[in-house]
Design a protein around this ligand. Structure first.
Ligand SMILES: [Zn+2]
Length: 137
């Protein structure tokens, strides 16, 4: 079990440790077997999800995870500690996200159309150099 006490300090919160990876949708990717532990002095250490091993960084916990792997069996994708966000989205959350994306893209498209219309109006109103020269001579 993950540590509940580190150097005499109680662990007051434990959650999946974030990686520095963001997926294509912009969501933070979390370690599956490494926990970020908030201690009572508000410092953060990283702990193994399987035992009370802790370290100052997730990268120091990663090699330790091999201790929990069955050595007779070759490593599989399930052993890989990096996996996407802890809770999968519900259908309604996905629909909300899709609707938000659609609205953002609609705003961008409308802004781009409006900018393009302004450019077209400027181009149409401004006499070309050739036309201006004709008028002068
Ligand atoms: Zn461990």
């Amino acid at each position: 079990m993950t540590a509940t006490n580190v150097n005499g300090l109680a662990v007051i919160a434990s959650e999946p440790a974030p990686t520095n990876i963001v997926d294509k949708a912009g969501n933070r990717v979390y370690f599956q077997q490494i926990r970020a532990l908030l201690l009572e002095d508000e410092s953060i250490v990283y702990g193994c999800a399987h035992c009370d091993y802790t370290a100052a960084s997730p990268m120091q916990v990663r090699p330790h995870l091999n201790a929990h792997r069955d050595r007779k069996r070759p490593a599989t994708a399930a052993d890989e500690p990096v996996k996407t966000a802890p809770a999968p989205l519900t259908v309604s959350q996905m629909l909300t996200q899709v609707a938000g994306d659609r609205d953002r893209w609609r705003e961008r498209a409308e802004a781009a159309e409006s900018a393009l219309a302004e450019v077209r109006a400027i181009v149409a109103a401004k006499p070309t150099r050739r036309a201006a020269n004709k008028g002068a001579s």
